[in-house]
Design a protein around this ligand. Structure first.
Ligand code: NAP
Length: 253
């Protein structure tokens, strides 16, 4: 008979090539989870993440990289299919891929709204839909969606991005209710200001202003988010679902 300890839980991380997604993939590998790292264009970065996963999880750990644009319905479905084929099953889905197209609403182009919603919301939805079908059959699953503090509190210049992340929170909570009977949990992480390529472009003045709102007075590290991903994916987190957990140095307190 299969026991909990003998089950190997496999993970798909979208946008796992860089930043928070990379840290999540490495933390999952360290915890012994075979992992597929998705990326949209940066193959070299995805390969680097794969090497880091092997370093943390051991040379024998199955680690794959897969190019896919999750904002495209067919491409997202194929990604999940490929993860199932290569890993054997998907037990942990980390919807991390995300983009920004910042600007004040008066100047914001419709394309900037659409691009952000397509990747952040629709891409997350497509992956959740495809993976939850597989998880339901296995009566186990961990869905972990990367939201943001601005999805809870809003941010000037990020109306499109904030709206996409607020929607991700609604999606996460709905799935928690819909999928609980099959032992699938669904949680969102709301990072604050984390030091990645995404935040490198923020100008010095804006960074200074943001720092003054962070009680811990520093940017977060991607690894500090990755650690929470690994915990939410673990057997110990079985009773946590429908939650939005901040990793924000106290910014949202
Ligand atoms: P990042 O450094 O810009 O990395 C973004 C990742 O997403 C990359 O791996 C990129 O792949 C991938 N990606 C982008 N569009 C994609 C698409 N259409 N299909 C598949 N993959 C795609 O971002 P990050 O800062 O680590 O952010 C990760 C997540 O955390 C995002 O959802 C972001 O909104 C959220 N977040 C970040 C912060 C922060 O302060 N950094 C705060 C709150 C929330 P390539 O490498 O191939 O381009």
């Amino acid at each position: 008979m299969e026991t909990v300890d003998s089950i190997i839980r496999c993970a798909l991380v979208t946008g796992g090539s860089r930043g928070i997604g990379r840290a999540a993939a490495v933390a999952l590998a360290k915890a012994g989870h075979p992992v597929m790292i998705n990326y949209s264009g940066n193959k070299e970065a995805a390969e680097e993440t794969a090497a880091l996963c092997k370093e943390s999880g051991g040379d024998d750990l199955p680690v794959f990289i897969e190019k896919a644009d999750i904002s495209d319905e067919e491409s997202a479905a194929n990604l999940v299919k490929s993860a199932e084929e290569k890993l054997g099953h998907i037990d942990i889905l980390v919807n991390n891929a995300g983009i920004t197209r910042d600007g004040l609403i008066l100047n914001m182009k419709t394309e900037d709204l659409e691009a952000v919603l397509d990747t952040n919301l629709k891409g997350t939805f497509f992956c959740c839909r495809a993976a939850s079908k597989l998880m339901m059959k296995r009566r186990f699953g961990r869905i972990i969606n990367m939201a943001s503090i601005v999805g809870l509190h809003g941010n000037a210049g990020q109306s499109n991005y904030s709206a996409s992340k607020a929607a991700v929170i609604g999606l996460t909570k709905s799935l928690a209710k819909e999928l609980a009977s099959r032992k699938i949990t669904s949680n969102a992480i709301a990072p604050g200001y984390i030091d990645t390529d995404m935040t490198k472009e923020i100008n010095e003045k804006a960074v200074e202003a943001m720092m003054s709102t962070i009680p811990l007075k520093r940017a977060g590290k991607p690894e500090e988010v990755g650690a929470l991903v690994a915990f939410l994916a673990s057997e110990e987190a079985a009773y946590i679902t429908g939650q939005v957990i901040g990793v924000d140095g106290g910014m949202g307190a």
